[in-house]
Design a protein around this ligand. Structure first.
Ligand code: ZN
Length: 200
């Protein structure tokens, strides 16, 4: 951020009095511009024993597969956002069900919320954001071509839970590690907690 969205003057990055985080503060009108994490909301659209994935038509990770998900908008609920993203990316209509996973991604200031959802019909297809949209059985999932670690983790947990016939809310953290090679520390919370280092 360079300029104040209230008055147009330059802002400076500093820790305001009584605060403990650096903020963009306007030198003219003194407005403090708080920046907080963004919510990414998405679906696992289910049809019989298959799930729907989209192959990205946009950067980042052009050409790789992902669940329909995107930034939540103002004036909508998380469920509405997840359904909207599914319609936009996959041209698919879903009935959004239970929240399945919550992942913190502090290195990019995002929180991912993914809902299980029921695909209402098979009338789906590519969109401006997706080159290809299709249903996958578990053994067909292109694990080496999944766009984002958070999606790979979510799908991994999902199929494990489905095999065991029990879906609970799964939560975890994915943190990118410093250094040249892209690596992440994945921490899954809960009864079956685990932490491991994962290459991208
Ligand atoms: Zn200002």
């Amino acid at each position: 951020m360079k300029y104040c969205s209230d008055c147009g003057s330059e802002v400076e990055l500093r820790v305001p009095e009584g605060d403990d985080h650096p903020r963009y503060v306007c030198g003219t009108c003194a407005t403090i511009h708080y920046q907080n994490p963004k919510l990414v909301v998405g679906c696992i659209p289910e049809w019989e024993d298959k799930i729907l994935l989209c192959r990205r038509a946009i950067e980042p990770r052009y050409g790789l597969w992902t669940l329909p998900a995107g930034f939540m908008e103002n004036d909508e609920t998380t469920q509405q956002g997840a359904a909207r993203e599914t319609l936009e990316e996959a041209c698919a209509r879903v009935e959004v069900g239970r929240l399945y996973s919550l992942f913190n991604l502090p290195h990019i200031n995002q929180v991912y919320l993914v809902f299980r959802s029921r695909l209402l019909d098979l009338d789906f297809g590519p969109s401006r954001e997706s080159l290809e949209v299709r249903l996958f059985r578990e053994h067909e999932v292109p694990w080496q071509e999944i766009a984002f670690p958070v999606i790979r983790e979510t799908l991994g947990l999902y199929f494990r839970d489905r095999t065991q016939g029990e879906f609970e809310l799964r939560t975890g953290d994915i943190v990118r590690l410093e250094g040249g090679v892209r690596r992440y520390r994945v921490s899954i919370h809960g009864d079956r907690a685990e932490t491991r280092i994962q290459a991208a």
